[in-house]
Ligand binder design. Structure first.
Ligand SMILES: NC(=O)c1ccc[n+]([C@@H]2O[C@H](COP(=O)([O-])OP(=O)(O)OC[C@H]3O[C@@H](n4cnc5c(N)ncnc54)[C@H](O)[C@@H]3O)[C@@H](O)[C@H]2O)c1
Length: 252
């Protein structure tokens, strides 16, 4: 087991990539804090973990709210005592579920701030709380979810791309700052992966993505969970401030 008795907090793990990481990490012996803003989604994953014989605590919180993040960390430590790994994964593809992608010229202040807050503010708030616990024990791993959109850009997603590009830069800065405390900070920048976030993409956009992806398909959540497991465990002890991008060749 690669994560025996490690304590891991995964934001937005009620669905998609975060859920898959939670299940894979459980099989590797970790105890999981399952955060989501949607209580039922978080509960379902906690139940799945418990049925598989693992240990999990449900942490319902909006990670774009710093007070809610502070409480979430207090609840996590009350349950598990310490934090070994934080995965900043919670995210949104659109500001409102089902809403259309909008051109930069049409984006509202509210849309812009919500996108930045959900990804970038949340990554900062959770990282800050995690570091308060990791620095005293001089160890820890932080894994941030970027995106190929933060590497190459994409039309109609300037807010999302700015947030993800910000997360990539944030990763590099914090990685340099805290490596001397034994804390490794890295980023995963996935390509297009089959999850509830990408399910509503219109067929013509899916065809365009597949045509631009040398491997000729979307990725699966397990492709990203495998990268996350690598960054969470001892195998990656020389990885500092890196951006791993499982993307089927979309970006080479
Ligand atoms: N699926 C992809 O193709 C893809 C590609 C690149 C990056 N990503 C990133 O990976 C991460 C996970 O995406 P996914 O595809 O699993 O999406 P998803 O929609 O399946 O899951 C995201 C989860 O985050 C939760 N969430 C949203 N806002 C939150 C908040 N403020 N507080 C707490 N929880 C919140 C949602 O309720 C949901 O359960 C996101 O950061 C996303 O941007 C996804």
């Amino acid at each position: 087991m690669k994560l025996k008795d490690k304590t891991v907090l995964i934001t937005g793990s009620g669905s998609g990539l975060g859920r898959e990481m939670a299940l894979v990490f459980t099989r590797e012996g970790a105890k999981i804090g399952v955060n989501d803003v949607r209580p039922e989604a978080a509960q379902n994953v906690v139940t799945e973990i418990e049925r598989a014989g693992g240990r999990a605590v449900r942490l319902v919180a909006d990670v774009s709210d710093s007070a809610a993040v502070r409480k979430m960390f207090a609840d996590f430590t009350a349950a598990f005592g310490a934090i070994d790994v934080l995965v900043n994964n919670a995210g949104i593809g659109r500001v409102r579920p089902g809403s259309e992608a909008t051109a930069t010229v049409d984006k509202t202040d509210e849309e812009w701030h919500k996108m930045l807050a959900t990804h970038l503010d949340a990554t900062f708030y959770c990282t800050r709380e995690a570091l308060k616990l990791m620095i005293p024990k001089q160890s820890g791993r932080i894994i941030n979810l970027g995106s190929i959109v933060g590497l190459t850009g994409i039309e109609l997603a300037a807010d999302y791309g700015a947030a993800k590009g910000g997360i990539i830069s944030f990763t590099k800065c914090v990685a340099r700052e805290v490596v001397r405390h034994g804390i490794l900070v890295n980023c995963i920048a996935p390509g297009f992966i089959e999850t509830p976030m990408t399910a509503p993409l219109p067929p013509e956009l899916r065809r365009m993505v597949i045509a631009r992806t040398p491997i000729g398909r979307f990725g699966e959540p397990r492709d990203i969970a495998a990268a996350a497991l690598f960054l969470a465990c001892e195998d990656s002890s020389f990885m500092v401030g890196q951006v791993m991008s499982p993307n089927g060749g979309y970006v080479i």
